[in-house]
Design a protein around this ligand. Sequence first.
Ligand SMILES: C=C(OP(=O)(O)O)C(=O)O
Ligand SMILES: [Mg+2]
Length: 550
Amino acid sequence: MELHGIGVGQGVAIGPVILMPEPLPEPVGAQSALSPAEEGERAAASLAAVADELRARGERAGGTAQEVLDAQALMAADPALSDDVTARLQTGITAERAVFEAFAAFRELLVGMGGYMAERATDLDDISQRVIADLGGLPAPGVPAPDHPFVLVARDLAPADTALLDLEKVLALVTSDGGPTSHTAILARDKAIVAIVGASGALALHDGQEVIVDAAAGRVVVDPSADEKDAARSAIADRAGRAEAPVGPGRLADGTGLPLLANLGSAEGAAVAIERGAEGVGLFRTEFLFLDAAMAPTIVEQQEQYTALLAQFPGQKVVVRVLDAGADKPLPFLNDGEEENPALGLRGLRALRAKEDILREQLTALANADAATDAEVWVMAPMVSTVEETRYFVELAHELGLAMAGVMVEVPASALLADRILAVADFVSIGTNDLTQYTLAADRMLGSVAGFQDPWHPAVLKLVGEVGAAGVATGKPVGICGEAAADPALAVVLVGLGATSLSMSSAALGDVRTELAGVTLAQAKELAAVALAADGAPEARAAVAAAARG
Ligand SMILES: C=C(OP(=O)(O)O)C(=O)O
Ligand SMILES: [Mg+2]
């Protein structure tokens, strides 16, 4: 049997499935058939079991993970909490309900304290879910942590879950929901996890079932034959061999330099990017640093994080994007209103402008980190749709001491007026993920419309061409930092449309470098014309493949 979805990257993996448990529903406030004392014993036993399990997991993990898990174990064993559970049981409710209520009350207390304490609220939610699961004899929620490597199968993952995946254990990730540019997919690409998203039917798989996950083919082979397993193992070995190939700067066959940069979400990814030959950073997604934060990070906290990254790129360009909060990456301190359509709401620069203090603090922290290091810092704003917004951001960044200020082109309006945007901005960078979402009117989070989320669509390419032409006319840089740059054949087309640099997850650098080295600028322009003349995305892909074969 096979399942089909959208592959992230080109990797292959093989291993046993483990399904991510669904989150538990809130326990109902029903009266228990047991006495308060009996329910009290159940609650105490489950609290102790969860504390023991967390400590044991910490011992196995070691390092920072052990510190975090030990602190969680202490929370589970907190006498104030168990006293509160006992008090609530006196009204005759179940242990599940009493645990739920006691943890919720404690959570509110922590959030009220603010700062570090407030950030522990999510840890508390996790423990509460674990205890309630234990009481019902159900598997613990959250990413499973077995002792062996596995293929994680889930409906979708929260960005925080994806960011914390243990790469020693998670061989591959398969989700039934989510499109190719959802943040689950982006983080998977960033961490070089073999992944397939939008694989409908994946939730019918069961624990222990063996699968081959072939991201390049977008295919999950269930219960593979011996031959299929041999072929998968040799594909894994081939790919490992290619990753060892020597690296150099991005260059076309005619010698035209085409800098290849890395997309990063934290300073930790820098070493791998440098090892794979990244010539700098084309997109540093700062919001990934603060996904769990209940409060806005301070200038000092931010400065530390930015300095840690910049210090690793002396003399090289690092394009930092200010917080892109909203839609699929809400940050509680920037997005506090309910929105029907968050992708069309107060997102990116719009949200920052509504809380200008946070934007000013971020730019100040960046300017300080810039002054403290030798990297060449460029700063840009996400989700910009007007020339007026561009002028606002560029003037503010210059005022706060950042010399190179630009905007992302992610909305068709900005692409169509790129000449006027570039008259104001020092540079632009095209975010093809959002540009595709907004051009095709297809939510990048929805598996059901993932087929529309294809940057090969000639309408998207036409908009990229508008921006490329504006770059040539103004002599200003036009980067690409969406996932499209990581597709080797599409990268050639984007260069033909006028991109002057490409930024991608480190895992894709090798494949894109090799592809670019095989074409001249004139050939890239011809292939771009072929793609633009197609009726749709599949036709553009096929026509370019045929033309490239000659
Ligand atoms: C690079 C982009 O930004 P993000 O994926 O973080 O929204 C994009 O939209 O292409
Ligand atoms: Mg975007």
